[in-house]
Design a protein around this ligand. Sequence first.
Ligand code: F6P
Length: 281
Amino acid sequence: MADAITAVFDTVAATAPDIRAGLSGRRSYGDTENPSGERQLAADEYADELLERRLLALDSVASYASEERAGVTESDGGTYHVACDPLDGSSNLRSNNAMGTIVGVYDEPLPASGRSLVASAFVLFGPITTMVTAREETATESVIEDGQRRAVTEDLRIPEDPTVYGFGGRVPDWSAAFTEFARDIEQTLKLRYGGAMIGDVNQVLTYGGLFAYPALDGAPDGKLRLQFEGNPIAFIVEAAGGRSSDGSRSLLDVPADGLHQRVPVHLGNETLVDRLEAALA
Ligand code: F6P
């Protein structure tokens, strides 16, 4: 298994410079929507096609699914099922802010429970390109240079003293309980919200804190997708010593009932996620 996971991580790292290089000419929206009803940028489709082709070319990868396509694409052999958000936060491309790529490696056909994840990773396209990987309950942060990973933090841990928070959705659409919790959190933590989950979660991994895209009035499952966003990021945050929650349980325990199902997402320091669950109970 170790070599197969390394091959997936290496392929994603090798593809990151190509995705990055392709961004500048692909900032406009086309006429298409993804299966969640969001407008697709040319860059979304470009990154999706690159990742699909390169990941399915690996002997160990049995299938590929992404936020940008309705169904699962299968290969002839392989053991692992890869779920990608090829460009998380791609609406930030117009304003030239951070975005990322998310990859979850499951050992069950998709849609699958987060407990079937054997590894996950994200690439953050910021001023530099970094990659956080998680496997065997250990998270590692690397810098990507020339398509190669160079580890900079082995055994990445969420700092114990949290300092930042970022909550998505319009405040009037939050529940009363979440709004009250947010008012409380604002007393001690500093707001960091950039509109790309990867960028915002990486702030939490770096400084400690809490990220949430909660249930909304009219959208009780929030905005983020379990297979492509919630599960892979929960796997990383939990490997880094943090917690994830849909409001009452780890995201990894949420039953998988659809490839594009949404889920409320809360991630960060254990103490803060515990407080959040108590506030929402
Ligand atoms: O994939 C959806 C996404 O772009 C996330 O990366 C991000 O957290 C969220 O949407 C931002 O949504 P909003 O524009 O509602 O703040």
